[in-house]
Design a protein around this ligand. Sequence first.
Ligand code: NAP
Length: 326
Amino acid sequence: MRVFVAGGTGVVGQRLIPMLTAVGHQVTATTRSAAKTATLRALGADPVVVDGLDRAAVIAAVTAARPEVIVHQMTGLAGGSDLKHFDRTFAVTNQLRTQGTDHLLEAAQRAGTRRFVAQSFTGWPNQPVGGPVKTEDDPLDPHPVASMTESLGAIHHLERAVPAGVHEGLVLRYGILYGPDTSAELIEAARKRQLPIVGGGTGVWSFTHVTDAASAAAAAVAGGPPGLYNAVDDEPAAVAEWLPYLASCLGARPPWRVPAWAGRLLAGDSVVQMMTRSRGSSNAKARRELDWTLAYPSWRQGFATGLGLPARRGNGAAKAARAVRA
Ligand SMILES: NC(=O)c1ccc[n+]([C@@H]2O[C@H](COP(=O)([O-])OP(=O)(O)OC[C@H]3O[C@@H](n4cnc5c(N)ncnc54)[C@H](OP(=O)(O)O)[C@@H]3O)[C@@H](O)[C@H]2O)c1
C-alpha cells in the first residue's frame, strides 16, 4: 500500500517507517526541514517537506502521494515541559491535533484515502472517578483542571474528528512514552531526585514503550476496525509504585515525598492531578482488535532493559533486569 506518514522524523515516525517498508508498503513521510530529508530517505521513505499547519501544502503533498493510508504522528513538544503551564507547553501539539488533523482529513477526502491512523493520549484525560483503570467506553474528564482545558479539548477534537472524517479512522491513545530518545527528561528528573511523589502517589499511569507505539501504528495500518484504542502496556500503575522502581533502575536514591499542597506550589495543579487522581487505561481492546504484540508488556521490564541507557556504575538496571527475569 501507499502510506503517508505525517511526522516521519519523530520518535515514533522514525521507528514506524522501517516497520512499514519491511512488509512492502511504499512510504511517503513528512518533515518541515529540508535537512532531515536524508534521514527519511535512509529509513526507506520518500520525503516531502511540509508544515502540517499549512492547509494548502498538506493537501498538495497528500494528493500528490495518493495514499491508501495516512498516519498522523505530528506533535510539537520539543520546547520543553513546563507542566505548571500545561496548555502553553502543549500549544503546538494542540494545534497539530486540531488544525493539523483537520487539514490531513480534508486532504484524505480529496485523495480518496481509505484509512487514517492518528496519535492521541490516555491517562490524565480519563475522568478521575471510580476504578483505577478505564476503557475506551469510559468518558473523558468533563471537569479538567483549568491549566489542562485546551489540551483536553484538542484530544476531544481529534478523537471525534478522525472516526467521523474518513471511512476507516483509528485513534491510538498512547500512554506516557518512554524508551531510547524519548524519556530524557523523566530519567534526568528521577535520577536527580527532582521528581517527588506528590500526595500519596495514588495517580495511576499507563506507559507505552516507543517501540510498541510504533508497532501499534503499524498494526493499525494493517487492520482493525475504526475507533479508539488505548495503545498502552498491560500494567497501569500508581506513581508510588512505578517511580521508586524507575529510580532504582537508574541507580538513584528513592524519590522524595511531598504533600499535595507543596506539589501544587512547586509544579501546579496539573502535576498534582496526574500524581494523585489520574486513572490508567486498559489495552484489552487494542490487544483483541489489532494484531498487536508488545515488546514491552510492562514498564517493569521496559525500565530495566528498554531505556537505551549506557551501562554505568551504580545503574540498577542490570539488577532490575535480573529481578524481572526471575
Ligand atoms: N504520549 C507521550 O507521552 C508523548 C507523545 C508525543 C511526544 N512525546 C515525547 O515528547 C518528546 C518531544 O516530542 P516532539 O513531539 O517534540 O518530537 P518528536 O516525536 O521527535 O517529533 C514530532 C514529529 O512531528 C513533526 N512536527 C512537529 N511540528 C510539525 C508541524 N508544524 N508540521 C509538520 N510536522 C510537525 C516533527 O517533524 P519535523 O520536526 O521534522 O518537521 C516530527 O516528525 C519526545 O521525547 C516524545 O517521546 C511523548
